[in-house]
Design a protein around this ligand. Structure first.
Ligand SMILES: Nc1ncnc2c1ncn2[C@@H]1O[C@H](COP(=O)(O)OP(=O)(O)O)[C@@H](O)[C@H]1O
Ligand SMILES: [Mg+2]
Length: 398
């Protein structure tokens, strides 16, 4: 989907990083790994900074600097070696960001991190873009939490403003009796708290949009996401909802990308209610798990698109080539997946179904740890879902 008509006017803006240049990645996890795999195919070189030796991205980059993320000397080394710097998680230390901005080229900037690191700032920025979020309130005491919980009604969701992921740093308050316990528990994190009204959503959708320094904006097709224990389990594309809703979700993501002056990717998580309303839940200024389906199903993957955006190349086509369902491989799914992978092809696939496996090179298959994913390509999402249900890879759900 193309952006607005200002594209051409702004086309001369921004530095171009040509293939052969080095991309520095703060964080060496699976997102950095898939970014490096896509970028290397385009002729870029990669250096990553991560505290764990042999990190998923370090395995495929030209070099890994092994150091903690807040290590300023290591960040300086990353800056010296890189023509452009990006990150694969949003909780980047503010001092490190400042240093990288001074000593290297960080087209994504520090403002975007500042905004998306904090749920309250993020919600205000989304509202300023003219997009709805679930009703919320900043919480500063147990007494005030009670007042707001009474106003919103139960259930409602208390969240830490910073540092949460995969449902961590959240408490679903199901009755007012839980107010004190929820406040005591989450205020231990020593960060601001935010209370949200519970949205009885029909579906969760997400859209990943990209914007380049030239001002070009494109969105990938909306994904329908199914979580198990607050961890993404499946992304279904096309989402099983009206085309008009998918288009509206894509428009909202592009509006946010423009309003926040995003460079690179922005992942927008949304709730869809039964009456067709969309509320934005949260943003992530990076490749997102719900965009892994793009790797085989779209003309351009989210990772290639991120490289294109930060290097200021023209953005690639986001067109969907085939229905797809992405299934996450958590630690408990690795053994059944590996057993399946060595089966003869006739036993692996159903007619018209192709499953593409991605593994992240992590040593220890801990329970609920993201180890890889499978993109199931099929003639319809129903056929892909049937294959997933019939396979025993995801039998161990919990
Ligand atoms: N206000 C809400 N109403 C209903 N469900 C919610 C709400 N907030 C979060 N959830 C559920 O919890 C999940 C995780 O919450 P989210 O804010 O996305 O945090 P995380 O950073 O852990 O992804 C969401 O995907 C959704 O399923
Ligand atoms: Mg989320």
């Amino acid at each position: 989907m193309n952006g607005n008509s200002n594209d051409l006017m702004k086309a001369s803006e921004g530095k171009v990083i040509r293939p052969g240049g080095t991309i520095g990645v703060l964080g060496g996890g699976q997102l950095g790994r898939m970014l490096a795999l896509a970028g290397r195919a385009m002729g870029y070189r990669f250096v990553t900074l991560d505290p764990t030796p042999d990190a998923p991205c370090g395995q495929v980059a030209d070099q890994q600097i092994v150091a903690p993320y807040h290590d300023v000397a290591a960040a300086k080394q990353l800056a010296e070696q890189s023509d452009v710097i990006t990150y694969e998680f949003e909780n980047v230390d503010a001092d490190v960001t400042t240093l990288l901005m001074e000593q290297s080229y960080v087209p994504q900037g520090s403002k975007l991190l500042y905004t998306t690191q904090h749920r309250l700032r993020e919600k205000r920025a989304i509202e300023a873009a003219g997009v709805k979020v679930a009703p919320y309130a900043e919480i500063t005491s147990a007494a005030q939490l009670r007042t707001e919980a009474e106003r919103f009604g139960t259930p409602c969701v208390l969240k830490t403003a910073t540092g949460g992921y995969d449902g961590k740093g959240q408490w679903v308050i199901r009755s007012l009796d839980e107010v004190e316990a929820a406040y005591a528990e989450l205020s231990r994190a020593k960060t601001e708290l935010v209370l949200e009204q519970f949205i009885h959503f029909e579906k969760e959708l997400s859209v990943i949009a990209a914007r380049s320094p030239r001002g070009e904006v494109k969105a990938f097709p909306a994904a329908e996401n199914i979580h198990v224990n607050n961890i993404l389990h499946l992304s279904i594309v096309p989402a099983r909802t009206a085309a008009s809703i998918q288009q509206e979700a894509e428009r909202l993501a592009m509006r946010i990308a423009e309003s926040l002056d995003i460079i690179g990717l922005i992942a927008v998580e949304m709730f869809l209610t039964a009456d067709g309303e969309l509320f934005v839940n949260e943003l992530a200024p990076r490749p997102h798990n719900s965009g892994h389906y793009t790797m085989e199903a779209c003309k351009t993957s989210q990772f290639e698109q991120h490289v294109r955006a930060i290097c200021n190349l023209p953005l690639g086509s986001t067109e969907l080539m085939t229905p797809v369902v992405m299934g996450n491989i958590l630690g408990q799914h690795v053994e059944p997946l590996l057993d399946w992978m060595v089966k003869p092809e006739s036993e692996q696939m159903a007619p018209g179904v192709t499953a593409k496996v991605h593994l992240y090179g992590k040593q220890e298959a801990k329970h609920n740890r993201k180890m890889g994913h499978v993109n199931v390509l099929a003639e319809s999402v129903d056929a892909a879902m049937q294959w997933i249900e019939a396979s025993n890879i995801w039998e161990a759900k919990e």
